[in-house]
Design a binder for this molecule. Sequence first.
Ligand SMILES: Nc1ncnc2c1ncn2[C@@H]1O[C@H](COP(=O)(O)OP(=O)(O)OP(=O)(O)O)[C@@H](O)[C@H]1O
Ligand SMILES: [Mg+2]
Length: 357
Amino acid sequence: MIELFSRSLLALDIGSSSIKLIELSGGRQKKVRAMANISLPAGVVQNGVIKDPAAVQEQMREFFKANRILAFGRRVCVTLSGNAVLIKRVSLAPDKDKELAEQAYYAAEQHFQHSMNDLEFDFYNIGSLNERGESNVILVGAKREAIDGLIEIVHGNRMKIGVVEADVFALSNMFEHNYGTSETIMVLINVGASCTQVTLVWRGEYLYTREIAIGGNEYTRRLAEAMAVDAAAAEAAKIAVSTFSQDPSEVISRLLSETNDQLVSEIQTTISYYLQGTDNAAPGVPFTNAFLAGGACRVLGFEAALAATLQVPVGILNPFQNIQVNHRKFPADELAIDGQKYGVAVGLGLRNMGDKT
Ligand SMILES: Nc1ncnc2c1ncn2[C@@H]1O[C@H](COP(=O)(O)OP(=O)(O)OP(=O)(O)O)[C@@H](O)[C@H]1O
Ligand SMILES: [Mg+2]
């Protein structure tokens, strides 16, 4: 029997260094059907905003052709990140005169401090209540220009938008699928090329996120400057020492370690700021673990520096922990090194049409 419109969604995490593509199949037990990393030229995507949609579209088109991925007419899930999306968890007191949707809209106007005309607004009622009996709600505002950029690329490749998701929710979704929920606070840290997102979750609920403007590119930039080499050579040196295929020189060691310390300190401040602030929706709940995702979490010494400062166990996420992978198609040794890059894309791939955040 042919099932109409049952083809799975293609998940695309369009990052500043590459697009991560994932297609999952199956019901409860998911399987990876397709997985790929499509490199992007520097500068075409910056801080979550697609600066050059034509270049991204072309790169994708070439890739689909070379890998015989039939994208025509397919539905895709895409993410918004960085400056393109505003997210805030709030608690709204019951109000007999106003619908929750109306209350959420007014709360967003107040918290986002942004013209609501430039935003696509949505909200998600978590379903839980706080200790005052107020509804816990997540407000989401997506910048129209960022959504337009995504639509242009997707339509340009003759595909359709299925789901638009904030990447921090996709990452949390992936985490819950693979690691379950916890009674303590978990911190998910996605170290990308242009930035690092720190997201706090508790009992499977989103609490807070902040973006830090340091990612893999910053390490490369500093190395290039200190070693007086171009970005490609500095990038190669960073990867070589981080994958232990080369011993680091004194300069490389010092620069990576200084940048690690700076990023770690920002992460620590972010976590303490939330836990000690009046906005903390889980007061008194301990923070017990940190999980890493994103390509640059592999930078030499980063994981150890973070564990030493946070004083909790730190581990690298395996987005495929609870997902079947055919290792003849996707070798286990490659995934062991690179798998954490797909954290956001896997979370997106787990989504179904019509899901809400
Ligand atoms: N083994 C490794 N060791 C250290 N750094 C690595 C390694 N592999 C990849 N990286 C770095 O990871 C970054 C790319 O990671 P990722 O694909 O998660 O970023 P992105 O999603 O494109 O960026 P962003 O989310 O910031 O827009 C690059 O800076 C790259 O140099
Ligand atoms: Mg990314």
